[in-house]
Design a protein around this ligand. Structure first.
Ligand SMILES: [Fe+2]
Ligand SMILES: [Fe+2]
Length: 412
């Protein structure tokens, strides 16, 4: 684990090697869970320094605890790595006021910064590290000529500080850009929004939790814009959606070719929330159309994109569908499926494509590029929750009625 003739240069080299190994682990883990390539970590280069630091800590501890039994050592290392994770999370939150990861949803977590299941994972990783990884790595590093070790240590240190500094700057800019985006959202044109969102992409890809931060900020903005409008006409729009009043003629004119397409009509056969996909997308399209028209956005693309946002032909509660990945991936997969189905039957512009592809954001990691896409994802969530509320009310009423019925029969 630790040899007396090791110098500080060896430590720098090992820190670099294990930061790189950590980057590999993170890339594999995040790319597998998000099903796309994700460049992990907050540095530009392929290094995640928290792993390098963890490895160095374990090497030092091993030096002092090497005579102990393996079991208590593993437990201690699990806790030390967890403590490291907690401190790094804490300092990022204090300094940058950004939460890079959040375990709040998992059981036994502390402030969302650490969680028991990850402590277990770190302990296992520490064991694998001590038994299988570190001994051969150390042997090879010690075999290297001191000249190379020194050279690598100098080059790596110079690189590391440059990357670290520029990454810190980009993290600070991240917050500033979102604040700017938030304040100017409705004054910026789509190209400018696209440029800003592009610049946020690397960090929000590496730390999916940051998407929630952007989403919250922008959603509040859209909500306040949409709310002002909705407040005055909500009742009217809901009546139109519920069929108690006719939709605007212009809406039908915009969606006509899609709406009358035979393939599109097949959506009637598929369940969605408490109705069919057909009804659901029509409602989302109409609400998006009205909001975008009010906000002077491209309401045509909004209506058409929204109409196709759930253009998939299966019942999402049934996971035996051939083109759907098994189990819980419907949420992440269906935008892609919908887009590929839609492009087969219709010609879509950039905004319409973006609407379909990004409507599940922030569940899918790349944020929408166009305001219209934000509006549709807002309308989708708004109406879905309304649908769920209605469905919930119906169920409760049914249950109450049943109870009343059974009481009546009891009395009889
Ligand atoms: Fe959807
Ligand atoms: Fe939807």
């Amino acid at each position: 684990m630790f040899v007396d003739n090791m110098t500080i240069f060896h430590f720098v080299v090992l820190f670099g090697v294990y930061s790189f190994a950590g980057w590999l682990i993170e890339v594999i883990y995040r790319s597998a869970t998000q099903r796309m390539f994700i460049n992990a970590g907050f540095l530009y280069g392929p290094f995640v320094p928290i792993y390098g630091a963890g490895a160095v800590f374990i090497m030092l501890l091993e030096y002092y605890l090497r005579d102990w039994h393996l079991a208590p050592r593993i437990i201690i290392y699990g806790f030390v790595l967890t403590l490291l994770e907690y401190l790094v999370g804490y300092f990022f939150e204090k300094i940058f006021r950004l939460k890079l990861w959040d375990y709040s949803d998992s059981r036994f977590n502390l402030h969302g910064r650490i969680s028991f299941s990850f402590t277990l994972a770190w302990a296992i990783l520490a064991l694998v590290f001590m038994v299988f990884i570190h001994p051969p790595v150390l042997r090879n590093v010690l075999n290297l000529d001191t000249f190379y070790i020194k050279m690598f240590a100098f080059v790596f240190t110079a690189y590391f500080f440059t990357d670290f500094l520029s990454s810190v700057i980009s993290l600070t800019q991240f917050r500033e850009r979102i604040a700017y985006l938030y304040a100017e959202y409705f004054n910026l044109d789509n190209i400018e929004i696209e440029r800003i969102i592009d610049s946020l992409r690397r960090l929000s890809g590496a730390f999916p939790h940051l998407n929630n931060y952007i989403n919250e900020k922008i959603n509040t903005r859209i909500k306040s814009g949409a709310d002002a409008f909705l407040k005055s006409v909500q009742e009217k729009i809901l009546m139109e959606i519920d069929g108690r009043r006719p939709y605007e003629d212009e809406f039908y004119e915009i969606i006509e070719d899609i709406y009358k397409h035979d393939e599109f009509k097949r959506l009637k056969d598929y369940f969605h929330h408490n109705s069919s996909i057909y009804e659901h997308v029509r409602e989302v399209a109409y609400l998006s159309y009205r909001i975008c028209k009010y906000l002077k956005l491209d309401y045509r693309s909004a209506a058409r994109g929204a109409l196709l946002h759930d253009y998939f032909f299966y019942d999402w509660r049934n996971h035996d569908e051939p083109d759907l990945h098994r189990r819980k991936f419907h949420g992440i997969e269906h935008p892609k499926i919908a887009l590929s189905n839609a492009t087969k039957s219709f010609t879509l512009n950039k905004i319409e494509q973006d609407i379909i592809k990004k409507h599940m954001w922030p569940l899918t990691p790349i944020p929408p590029r166009y305001k219209e896409a934000f509006i549709v994802s807002f309308a989708d969530k708004y109406l879905s929750s309304r649908e769920f509320v209605d469905e919930f009310k119906k169920r409760i009423n049914k249950r109450l009625n049943r109870r009343v019925q059974s009481k009546k029969t009891d009395i009889n």
